[in-house]
Design a protein around this ligand. Structure first.
Ligand code: EPZ
Length: 421
C-alpha cells in the first residue's frame, strides 16, 4: 500500500497538450513475446509504469537480461534457463500470464502460477487453457501452479473462442507461431494491442494474417528471431482518460500521439455528452462549453466501448443533465469505483451489471481510495471538478498504468500534487 496520496483541489479549467505514451496493454505482451526470438530485442515508446518494471522482473526470473533506457526496453532472451514464473510475481500482476504462450512456443513447456482473482472479478483462464489444449498442450494444475507440457508436440488447430478474450487471443497467437501447421483463431479479440503484437511477431518471422479482425490465421515456423526495433502502439486508454479530463475541465485539451481510429466509439460518446472534437491522424482535441448531457454506455470487446474507460466516463455521466445507464459487459465486477464516487455525492444505484445514474450539478471533494487502476484515475478526474479538496489513497494502482499522471494533469492547469499521507 503506497504511503503517498494524490491531493486535488477542484475547479481549475483544464487546457493544453498532453503527450500520450505507449500502450501498457501492448508493451507487456511484446516483452513476453521476446521470449520467442532468442537474442536481443528492443522496444520503444515504453511507458514508465510499475507494470512494465514487474514484467521485466518476470522475464529476468526466467533468465532474460532486461535493461531500461529512455522509454525503451532492451531484452536479451538468448539464455533462458527457467520455464517457471514465481507466484509472488504473478500474484502482483495478472498480465504475467502472457509468458505462458511464448514459453510453450519456445520450450514446449511452462510452469506459471495461477494468478489470484483480482478486484475485477475471478478473471479465469479457461479460454487460454481450452484453446492451448487444442494445439496439443496438456495442463496439470496443482498447488496453485499451472504446468503445461506438449507430449505430442505443438500442432496447429482451429480454435473458436467462446468470448473474444484479449489474453487468450494473445497466448494462442504466440504459441501458434511455433506449432507444426496452421492455427485459425475464430472470435478473436480485435484490440489495437492485438494488432501491435501480431506486427511484432511478424517482425520476428512469424506468418500471421487477419489480426484486427475476428479471424486470425497463424502458420507455424521452425524458429523466430529477435526484433531489432519496434515502436509500441499509443495507449488509447491513457488518451481516453485525458480526454475525459478535458471534457470535465472545458478544454481545449489535446492528447498528442494518440490515434483517433482506436477510440471511435468513445469519441462518439464524448460528442453525445456535449463535447466538440477536432482530430488529426495522431491527435484529438476536446472542448466543451455546453452542459453535459447524460448518455447510456455499454462496454464491449473492441471496437465496442472499452471497459477500461467505463469508470472515467461514469464521472461525466454523474455530472450530466438527465439519467443514464452504464452496463459493464466485459468484467463480472467492475463497479467498485461507483461506491467511491458516491462518497463525493454522485447519485447512482448498481443493479447487477448496470449502474443507474441520476446526474447532479456538483460533486464534493472527499477522501477516497483507489479500488483499481482505472477507478483510481477516475477518482482523480472527479476531484478535478469537485467542490473543495479530494485526497486519493492507494495510488499504487494508478502508478501501475499511468506515467507521470499528476505531472501531466498539472501541466494542463490542475491544482494537484502527490504527498506522503
Ligand atoms: C486485458 O485483460 C487488459 N489487460 C485489461 O486491461 C482489459 O480490460 C481487458 O483486456 C479487456 O479489454 C491487459 O492487457 C494487461 P480478457 P485480459 O481476457 O486479457 C473473461 C487495464 O485496466 N475471461 O479479454 O485479462 C474475464 O474474466 C486492464 O489496463 C474468461 O472468462 O482480458 C473477463 O471477464 C484491466 N476466461 C473477460 O473475459 C478466460 O480464459 C475479459 O477478459 C479469459 C478471460
Amino acid at each position: 500500500m503506497s504511503t503517498e496520496v494524490i491531493v486535488v483541489n477542484g475547479g481549475n479549467p483544464l487546457k493544453g497538450v498532453v503527450p500520450i505514451t505507449g500502450a501498457k496493454n501492448s508493451v507487456l505482451k511484446l516483452m513476453a513475446a521476446s521470449l520467442l526470438g532468442p537474442g536481443v530485442s528492443t522496444i520503444d515508446n515504453v511507458p514508465i509504469i510499475s507494470d512494465v518494471t514487474l514484467m521485466g522482473e518476470v522475464l529476468t526470473c526466467l533468465g532474460a537480461s532486461v535493461t531500461f533506457g529512455d522509454h525503451r526496453v532492451t531484452l536479451d532472451t538468448s539464455r533462458i534457463d527457467s520455464i517457471e514464473t514465481p507466484y509472488e510475481l504473478v500474484a502482483k500482476m495478472r498480465a504475467s500470464i502472457a509468458v505462458l504462450g511464448p514459453l510453450i512456443g519456445r520450450f514446449g513447456e511452462a510452469r506459471v502460477a495461477m494468478p489470484g482473482g483480482c478486484n475485477l472479478g475471478a478473471r479465469k483462464l479457461d479460454l487460454h487453457i481450452v484453446g492451448l489444449e487444442a494445439l496439443g498442450v496438456v495442463f496439470e494444475i496443482e498447488h496453485g501452479l499451472i504446468h503445461a507440457t506438449t507430449p505430442q508436440g505443438l500442432h496447429g488447430a482451429s480454435v473458436l473462442l467462446e468470448f473474444a478474450s484479449v489474453g487468450a487471443t494473445e497466448n494462442l497467437m504466440m504459441a501458434a507461431t511455433r506449432a507444426q501447421g496452421t492455427t485459425v483463431i475464430d472470435n478473436a479479440a480485435r484490440e489495437p494491442e492485438i494488432v501491435d503484437l501480431a506486427e511484432f511477431l511478424i517482425q520476428m518471422g512469424a506468418r500471421i494474417q487477419g489480426q484486427g479482425t475476428t479471424t486470425i490465421q497463424i502458420e507455424g515456423t521452425d524458429a523466430l528471431r529477435p526484433v531489432a526495433h519496434h515502436r509500441t502502439v499509443a495507449d488509447r486508454i491513457e488518451a481516453g482518460t485525458f480526454l475525459v479530463a478535458g471534457a470535465l475541465g472545458g478544454g481545449p485539451l489535446t492528447v498528442q500521439g494518440a490515434n483517433p481510429q482506436h477510440l471511435q466509439i468513445a469519441l462518439t460518446k464524448l460528442e453525445a455528452l456535449g463535447c466538440e472534437l477536432v482530430t488529426t491522424d495522431d491527435s484529438i482535441t476536446v472542448s466543451r462549453s455546453a452542459a453535459l448531457r447524460a448518455v447510456d454506455i455499454q462496454t464491449l470487446p473492441y471496437p465496442g466501448f472499452p471497459t477500461d474507460l467505463q469508470a472515467q466516463f461514469m464521472v461525466l455521466d454523474v455530472l450530466a443533465e438527465g439519467s443514464s445507464v452504464i452496463t459493464e459487459n466485459v468484467f463480472e465486477n467492475r463497479f467498485m469505483f461507483a461506491d467511491e464516487i458516491s462518497r463525493m455525492g454522485a447519485v447512482l444505484r448498481i443493479e447487477g451489471h448496470h449502474a443507474l445514474i441520476t446526474g447532479v450539478r456538483q460533486l464534493s471533494g472527499a477522501p477516497v481510495q483507489a479500488p483499481d487502476l482505472r477507478g483510481g484515475a477516475a477518482l482523480v478526474l472527479a476531484g478535478l471538478v469537485a467542490d473543495g479538496q479530494t485526497t486519493v489513497s492507494a495510488i499504487e494502482h494508478i502508478d501501475r498504468g499511468y506515467e507521470h499522471f499528476v505531472e501531466k494533469l498539472r501541466a494542463v492547469g490542475a491544482d494537484i500534487s502527490r504527498r506522503e499521507q
